[in-house]
Design a protein around this ligand. Structure first.
Ligand code: CA
Length: 358
């Protein structure tokens, strides 16, 4: 039953708007972030810079983000209604619990998942959850994935970038991929600040955050997972990446050509011959959201390169709450059929949403 009293749920344009990369954080976790960022022994300049600022700054942008992250109730629903968002797919904000020592991280992931599950239960027609994990302890992360999907009813896994400087193409993390494939849920690879071994030139120019550093690190991370052969080993596994594909669609021709050329040259003896060119994995194992990129040329390019059935809408709430951006996306001059796939039906399929209740 569509509730016609709620803005965005009247389907007046022929589609519902489902936002697929929306963030939250328990207040207690944000307190821990600030404590962690101020720890003089912490050797993680990206985390220090990012959360040292956002968790403490009095700037209106920082305060709006912090208040938005903490709220899973009236404020969030009001902001959704004001912008015509029918449904949010919500994940624990970056870097999740991935910066802490394994035992603490595992506990914090359970707490965050319980909190999100309560909110989904309270607002089942408005929210869907992704399960947060602590990859530092892969065995317990798999258990938490199973609990999140089977018991809490979540529909995806959130992986917030590298874990303490380690990328997840390392085989020690492959049990997570095996579990996601078996559970038949996608993994959302969300950005994190670049790790200490990469971040210095970004920090020097103030370009380490969402402006550029996030995209560079996440694109690299996704490519490392592809090039390690993860999708040859787990061919049904699906990933989701945001921000119009972290620039990978734009690079696709060159990635295919140069990956093949590098292999042929035997420059890196460890480099794997994959079953397919890199573009194949983008078109068969990866979904893209436009989070933070309300720009028709980029969205349309992604649709044309990897297929309109693989590109989904995301607002990136509360980091990029810009009501006009919803209108930009509504007014895109693309076929109505592709617009409905973008806003609604791709997300319904990927997250197995119960459309009758939206
Ligand atoms: Ca985000």
């Amino acid at each position: 039953m569509v509730n016609k009293d709620v803005p965005g749920r009247t389907n007046e344009r022929g589609y519902l708007r489902i936002a697929t990369e929306e963030a939250f954080a328990p207040a207690s976790l944000l307190d821990l972030y600030l404590k962690h960022a101020r720890d003089p022994g912490l050797d993680d300049p990206g985390f220090k810079s990012l959360w040292g600022f956002y968790a403490a700054s009095p700037s209106p942008r920082a305060r709006f983000i912090i208040e938005g992250l903490k709220d899973l109730g009236e404020k969030r629903l009001r902001d959704m209604d004001a912008t015509g968002i029918a449904h949010q797919v919500i994940a624990l904000t970056a870097p999740g619990v991935q910066v802490f020592e394994p035992a603490l991280a595992t506990r914090l992931a359970i707490d965050a998942n319980d909190m999100l599950a309560d909110a989904v239960k309270a607002h089942p027609t408005r929210y869907t959850g992704m399960v947060a994990i602590a990859p530092q302890d892969p065995a317990n992360a798999v258990k938490e994935m199973e609990r999140g999907i089977r018991k809490l009813g979540f529909k995806a896994v959130i992986l917030n970038g590298h874990t303490r400087g380690e990328y997840h193409d390392d085989p020690k993390f492959w049990s997570l991929f095996e579990a996601a494939e078996a559970l038949n849920v996608p993994i959302y690879l969300h950005p994190n600040a670049p790790p200490k071994q990469m971040i210095q030139p970004f920090l020097e120019a103030g370009l380490d955050g969402a402006v550029y550093g996030f995209g560079v690190d996440t694109g690299l991370h996704m490519l490392r997972i592809i090039c390690a052969g993860v999708f040859d080993r787990f061919p049904k596994l699906q990933f989701i990446i945001g921000h119009a594909g972290e620039a990978l669609p734009y690079w696709l021709y060159r990635l295919d050509y140069m990956h093949a050329a590098t292999l042929k040259s035997n420059r890196y003896p460890f480099m794997k011959q994959l079953s397919h060119p890199i573009s194949h994995y983008l078109r068969n194992n990866i979904y893209i959201t436009n989070s933070g990129v309300a720009w028709q040329p980029a969205i349309q390019f992604c649709q044309s390169v990897i297929g309109p059935e693989r590109v989904m809408y995301a607002m990136d709430y509360p980091y990029q709450y810009v009501p006009e951006e919803v209108r930009f996306c509504d007014e895109m001059t693309i076929p109505d059929e592709h617009k409905k796939m973008f806003f609604q039906t791709n997300a319904e399929r990927v997250f197995k949403l119960n459309t009758a209740t939206l």
